[in-house]
Design a protein around this ligand. Structure first.
Ligand code: HSE
Length: 368
């Protein structure tokens, strides 16, 4: 018999990428989906070319309890509230979640099966029923360099991120384009003037960037033609919560004991949906580069080594090349001047696919 799967938050960005992937993987032939809504219960379900009952009420405990699996991309407030309510009501089905709210609880596991299938297997065998997707930057980093951890070569990792607007949200993505549009309109006349210099153009652009009319309601500040070196709220030691997640989530995903330090600075840039990271790794020993590349290549079936040449790097190791794909390219791989145990590399990944929807999709497939 098909399992009944409640799907909440399917209209949002991560949710809609997840539903698209579920269709591509033909998962809807193997489940009885119960599409839920927090605001439009009773309205027609999305048109997937299959017979579906009207939308169920996402806040109705008995509706959720009447399913085998809940998949939520609705956000942390919803997860905190409804997860507690259904568990209190005795629900023992699986709860698969994209939000961070339940991620660091002792009784949940962070799912990233190409990297931590053994951790997931142990958790399931021990009766864990809360399967939570990791932070996008963390999941993408581990998809790239998980193999190095598996070899126990890593003493510490420092990662400097270049995070896409999609990580901030859908409104922020739209606003980034509105900002580009505003700047391009402000510069159009100067750009067309053959007598205007590059510095004239820059002055026109900077005036528009700092001007009152620059749209900044969602992002808070100009992102187009600039960057924002602060993501989420501040935590202790001068770090941000996004940076804190790097350490705690990497270690939880890998089941590390003792923990391996992972730290860096997280920066929002003007790419649309691909996060990139410049990574410094302190190895425990001097491992030859060809062995490192081999192990990185084996990290996951999606991890791709990009030769450290100008042509290959600029063709394959950019958000423009990777957006919308499941590829995890790793390039610029070389030893740093600090010594033969210091490894530098660069990686890019789609923040909505491996960074969010894909680990949830695969957890659902695994549980089915
Ligand atoms: N927190 C991430 C970001 C996205 O702001 O880019 C979700 O993991």
């Amino acid at each position: 018999m098909n399992k009944r799967v409640a799907i909440v938050g399917w209209r949002g960005m991560v949710g809609s990428v997840l539903v698209d992937r579920m269709r591509e993987e033909q998962l809807f032939s193997h489940i009885d989906p119960v599409f839920c809504s927090t605001s439009q219960a009773g309205a027609p379900a999305p048109d997937l070319g299959i017979d579906l009952p009207p939308l169920a009420d996402a806040y109705d405990v008995s509706t959720l309890c009447d399913t085998d699996i809940v998949v939520s991309c609705q956000g942390g407030d919803y997860s905190t509230r409804m997860h507690e309510e259904v568990r209190k009501a005795g629900y023992r089905g699986a709860w698969i979640d994209a939000a961070s709210a339940l991620r660091m609880r002792n009784d949940s596991v962070i799912v990233l099966d190409p990297v931590n299938q053994p951790v997931m297997d142990r958790a399931r065998a021990a009766g864990v029923v809360d399967y939570i997707g990791g932070n996008c930057t963390v999941s993408l980093l581990l998809m790239a360099i998980g193999g190095l951890f598996r070899q126990q070569w890593v003493e510490w990792v420092s990662t400097m991120t270049y995070q896409a607007a999609s990580g901030a949200g859908a409104r922020q993505m739209r606003e980034l384009i509105a900002q580009m549009d505003h700047l391009s309109a402000a510069c159009r006349a100067t750009l067309k003037d053959p007598g205007a210099s590059a510095l004239d153009l820059e002055r026109t652009l900077s005036a528009a960037l700092r001007g009152e009319a620059m749209p900044t309601e969602a992002l808070g500040h100009p992102l187009a033609a600039s960057l924002l070196p602060w993501i989420d709220r501040g935590v202790e030691h001068g770090a941000t919560r996004e940076e804190w997640k790097g350490h705690v989530e990497c270690n939880k995903i890998l089941g590390n004991d003792p923990e391996i330090p992972v730290d860096g600075i997280c920066v929002r840039v003007g790419s649309m949906r691909c996060h990139a990271q410049a990574v410094t790794i302190k190895l425990r020993q001097d491992v030859p580069l060809d062995e490192i590349e081999h192990v990185l290549h084996e990290s996951t079936p999606w991890t791709r080594i990009v030769p450290n040449t100008r042509e290959a790097t600029l063709e394959k190791l950019t958000p423009a090349a990777v957006s919308g794909t499941l590829d995890i390219p790793v390039g610029r791989i070389h030893k740093l001047r600090m010594g033969p145990e210091y490894l530098g590399l660069f990686t890019v990944g789609d923040q909505l696919l491996w960074g969010a929807a894909e680990p949830l999709l695969r957890t659902l497939q695994w549980l089915l």
